[in-house]
Design a binder for this molecule. Structure first.
Ligand code: IMP
Length: 172
């Protein structure tokens, strides 16, 4: 296992992209109050930055999903945390760290949609479209990347590397 010494995406690049996304999202939700649903644990850092860059009133909640297969998604998802706030009639934006096979995000959107939000959209920091196993596209994407494993900025490998301020490539 080898962690790249240089950033794959630097702190500065992340900050600039988060600011861009926040501007687009703010415009799209100009007339609507947002409820951000952050997917734990990987999206915590991204959501914290995005929420402050949005610079508008919003509500924050969390969801946590476990997929049973120590890494790769299997399609069997168990929710260990669901939003406390009632989602009915709310404008919900799900904040994800990375869209890989797409199975996790699909399960989350399905589950939240059942709670009857007025609108439901997905924002992901990273997107690996070449790995997709189900048809899902995010409404907002930070960076589209190839089939590489990245850590840092909240993303982990076996609970390690979340604290890195930038995104690095981990060669497994
Ligand atoms: P999916 O269901 O395959 O889309 O899984 C998405 C989840 O897999 C993410 O929320 C991450 O927890 C994890 N994951 C996928 N690719 C990476 C990566 O490159 N680095 C860290 N975690 C990843």
């Amino acid at each position: 296992m080898k962690l790249s010494e240089t950033p794959f995406i630097s702190v500065h690049e992340i900050q600039e992209r988060v600011a861009d996304l926040a501007e687009i999202i703010s415009q799209n939700y100009a007339q609507r109050e947002l409820l951000l649903v952050t997917v734990l644990k990987g999206s915590a850092v991204f959501a914290a930055d995005l929420m402050r860059a949005l610079n508008r009133p919003l509500q924050l909640d969390y969801v946590r999903v476990r997929s049973y297969n120590g890494g790769e998604s299997t399609g069997a998802h168990v929710f260990t945390l669901l939003p406390e706030a009632p989602l009915a009639g709310q404008h919900v934006l799900v904040v994800e760290d990375i869209l890989d096979t797409g199975l996790t995000a699909t399960a989350i959107l399905e589950r939240l949609r059942a709670a009857g939000p007025a609108s439901l959209a997905l924002c992901t920091l990273l997107d690996k479209p070449s790995r997709r196993r189900v048809a899902i596209t995010a409404d907002y994407v930070g960076f589209t990347i190839d089939e590489i494993f990245v850590v840092g900025y909240g993303l982990d490998y076996n609970e390690r590397f979340r604290e890195l301020p930038d995104l690095r490539v981990l060669t497994l």
